[in-house]
Design a protein around this ligand. Structure first.
Ligand SMILES: Nc1ncnc2c1ncn2[C@@H]1O[C@H](COP(=O)(O)OP(=O)(O)OP(=O)(O)O)[C@@H](O)[C@H]1O
Ligand SMILES: [Mg+2]
Length: 377
């Protein structure tokens, strides 16, 4: 990837290179160390923490002799589609005119796809129209081709939980058995639906159980992130005080996407010097912009569910949602109702559970903006 100069240094949708990417040095080193040892990794975190960014960041820093292939399978609906995105990613990972490129192209063409060109990017895309065993054979052939190269390949499959929606049965068992035979190809699996990813990789009933090392991605270090944010403002000729940066990090709970989003808006709206009033106004605006969506969320819920969500929002983190003092403080009904509501809120992905550093389970509101909005109700 060539160097990209962004007009706003706080991207909120995708990875634009190391310059706009804060830290994750340890995580990158750990991924690379796993790759060097030939171990596949499953990268887990709650949504919008920076998994996809970390994968892109890592693939650009692979040691000599390694090639990275990134596939996002969110839009795939079956194994045929999976083959399409895999083959497409592979042909796009090497320049066509190079010696290796020719070899890769010739191989992919030998599988007889239709090649077309993306109307926006001009990048080639491979389409197959095959079924059943033939798809399996083609995917195996692609993996075998990579396996037999003089270089090593890292295949990162993002939104991997999507395979659970394929109509083909036992896709994970089949894929696991193929992958197990590879020595020259290492995988990184990730996905935004944490409960499904956890189920796929940590449930003993599942074929992928214990087949990869699990890596949990936590929040960025607040101090490091703060320094990074200030230096980006400065590089673009703007000034923001440490106190204001701390306020932003605190308000956005150091949750990467939300911090990026706030910084992006504050940066865009500010002149030379960022003021406290400006930050406050932007935070207010951010919530106002999304209010229609928040009303929709709220209308989905019954009164006890909404009551509970507000309570969790107010507390930030809740360890014991059925504890007497919690119920009393927020005027909540009996604990059985609370547990039932909690289950619904989790199913709607409005509330998530995670473990703190001491292994204690807690509940929190999933979307930071929604939390801040609900807190003010
Ligand atoms: N270390 C970082 N420094 C700066 N920005 C980051 C960093 N990590 C991620 N981001 C940005 O934050 C946003 C969310 O990150 P990303 O999409 O990687 O999260 P994710 O965990 O893959 O989310 P999802 O669970 O929804 O797939 C993106 O715009 C990304 O560029
Ligand atoms: Mg992602």
């Amino acid at each position: 990837m060539g160097k990209i100069i962004l007009s706003n240094p706080f991207p909120v949708n995708t990875y634009y290179g190391a310059e706009y990417f804060c830290d994750r040095d340890d995580e990158t080193a750990r991924l690379i160390s796993a790759i060097r040892s030939g171990n596949s990794t499953t990268l887990l975190s709650i949504r919008r923490m920076g998994k996809t960014g970390l994968i892109q960041h890592t693939l650009l820093q692979l040691p000599l002799g390694y090639k990275g292939v990134y596939v996002d399978i969110l839009e795939t609906e079956n194994l045929n589609h999976f083959l399409n995105v895999l083959a497409t990613a592979i042909i796009n990972s090497v320049p066509e005119k190079s010696k290796l490129g020719t070899k890769v192209w010739n191989f992919i063409k030998s599988l007889r796809p239709t090649i077309s060109f993306d109307s926006l990017t001009g990048n080639p895309q491979a389409f197959f129209d095959i079924k059943g065993k033939e798809v399996e054979l083609s995917i195996s052939a692609v993996l075998q081709f990579l396996e037999s190269q003089s270089f090593k390949t890292v295949i990162a499959i993002d939104e991997f939980q999507q395979i659970l929606k394929y109509p083909e049965q036992f896709t994970d068992a089949w894929l696991r058995s193929r992958i197990q035979q590879l020595k020259n190809v290492v995988f990184i699996f990730s996905g935004s639906q944490q409960h499904l990813m956890t189920e796929l990789f940590t449930s003993p009933q599942r074929p992928f159980y214990r087949s990869t090392q699990i890596m949990k991605l936590g929040k960025l270090n607040g101090e490091v992130y703060g320094t990074f944010i200030r230096s980006l403002f400065r590089r673009y000729g703007k000034e923001i005080d440490q106190g204001l940066v701390d306020e932003i990090l605190d308000w956005a709970k150091t949750h990467t996407f939300y911090v990026q989003q706030v910084c992006n808006q504050v940066f865009a709206a500010s002149d030379k010097k960022v003021t406290h009033e400006l930050v406050k106004a932007q935070l207010h605006l951010l919530l106002k912009e999304q209010e229609t969506m928040f009303f929709t969320f709220r209308n989905m819920l019954t009164a006890p569910q909404w009551q509970l969500l507000k309570a969790v929002a107010h507390e930030g983190i809740v360890y014991q949602p059925t504890a007497k003092h919690f119920l009393a403080r927020h005027h909540l009904n009996a604990s059985a109702t609370v547990l039932r509501s909690l289950k619904t809120l989790q199913e709607h992905e409005l509330v998530y559970t995670d473990f703190d550093d001491e292994g204690r389970l807690y509940y929190s509101v999933y979307d930071v903006f929604f939390q801040r909005w609900a807190e003010g109700r």
